[in-house]
Design a protein around this ligand. Structure first.
Ligand code: PAZ
Length: 374
């Protein structure tokens, strides 16, 4: 696609997919946040986190989602804060957040860490106090210095509007801006003109009650006799009229717009998720060549907490791995196969390796772009 064509695709997408209601408020918050931290000479990173939804109805009852809980993004945000960055955390609403993630309902439920004393006062159990104190201090420091801005999104459309707005605000930071795109972003969506206004029905009630009006099923199916044998169909046991056939368009690839237009001087790190180890590095390299950004962090669904690969221009691929019992197999430390994924979570968080390595590349990016200016 030529530059003019991708600009046109961008215009069409953003003019036909409505922005989220909070976009103006979020943009104002992000602008004030960036101004504060630039004045304090602090680097700013945009971390995206969690999965985007694909609504199937305008008044959304049903949507397509993905697995991401936001662990990578929330954990990375903590390490960026520890490394001195101010963090704009663009995250899926209700996904994991920095600091509070340690006490989510599914890991350590906060209530299990509390006890009641003789006077009926609530206190943290002494045996849990130290680990909570450590997280509490970091959390309070981020609150006190206002170094963490939380911006939620829900749908793929919300995400893209928010991403564009924040990236544009970060453009004036030049090379000191860092965009770290860990969100699991939908590749397909239902464009607004094909979205049903109301909840998709499993019967043709709307057509029966209001004949002649456009039905509410998307895309509207032919109304057939239930017994009709559909020989066009791979699975004729259920007539088409009973099924929901979802027809999705590809989401335009906006990484090019990000790199070339929205934040052209900032360092851009994208993530590539695959499940087939044979294609991971190839896909990461392809993405880097296609979008000409600075780093792709490749990871496999089953082993993403144990190892990732850094794929960057002009560098050897670099695997980062947390220690595991029994070491890493062969001398080359070949990537784990999905069936070799260790059970449970590693003792160390892989983000403790990822963030210092990214920050180091960011230093080099700033030095390089300063020297190019001279
Ligand atoms: O949120 P999580 O920790 O469960 O998963 C993180 C991840 C796998 C979504 C992230 O590391 C990633 O690869 N994001 C990009 C996904 C993509 O290829 O679009």
């Amino acid at each position: 696609m030529s530059a003019a064509e991708s600009l046109q695709a961008e215009d069409v997408y953003f003019s036909t997919n409505p922005p989220p209601k909070q976009l103006a408020a979020h943009t104002a918050l992000a602008e004030a946040f960036i101004t504060q931290h630039v004045a304090a000479n602090r680097r700013v990173v945009l971390v995206t986190s969690g999965g985007t939804t694909v609504p199937l109805e305008k008044n959304t009852v049903r949507f397509i989602d993905n697995f991401s809980a936001g662990t990578r993004g929330a954990t990375s945000a903590e390490y960026f804060l520890s490394a001195g960055y101010a963090v704009i955390f663009l995250h899926r609403q209700f996904s994991l957040l920095p600091y509070s993630r340690h006490y989510s309902h599914s890991t350590d439920c906060l209530l299990d860490l509390l006890s009641e004393d003789a006077e009926g006062r609530v206190a943290v159990r002494p045996e849990d106090s130290d680990r909570i104190l450590d997280v509490l201090r970091k959390y309070q420091s981020a609150r006190r210095d206002n170094t963490l801005l939380l911006l939620p999104f829900v749908t793929i459309g919300d995400y893209l509007h928010e991403l564009r707005a924040v990236a544009r605000l970060m453009a004036p930071l030049g090379s000191s801006g860092l965009l770290y795109l860990a969100a699991a972003v939908s590749d397909f969506f239902v464009p607004p003109e094909r979205l049903s206004e109301h909840k998709i029905q499993s019967t043709n009630i709307v057509e029966k009650l209001y004949p002649g009006e456009k039905g509410s099923k998307t895309p509207s199916p032919p109304i057939e006799d239930e017994e009709t044998f559909d020989n066009f169909d791979a699975s004729p046991r259920v007539p088409r009229s009973k099924r929901l056939i979802i027809d999705l368009d590809p989401v335009p690839k906006f990484l090019k717009s990000l790199v070339e237009g929205w934040a052209p001087l900032g360092m851009i790190v994208s993530f590539k998720l695959e499940t087939d180890p044979r294609i991971l590095v190839h896909k990461a390299r392809y993405s880097l060549e296609r979008y000409q950004h600075h780093l792709v962090v490749g990871n496999l669904l089953s082993t993403r907490k144990w190892e990732v690969v850094f794929v960057a221009p002009g560098r050897q691929d670099q695997w980062l791995r947390v220690p595991r019992h029994g070491g890493w197999g062969d001398a080359e430390g070949r990537p784990l196969r999905p069936d070799e994924a260790p059970e449970g979570d590693p003792e160390e968080e892989i983000e403790a390796l990822i963030i210092p390595a990214v920050a180091q590349l960011h230093d080099a990016h700033i030095v390089k772009s300063n020297s190019e200016k001279k």
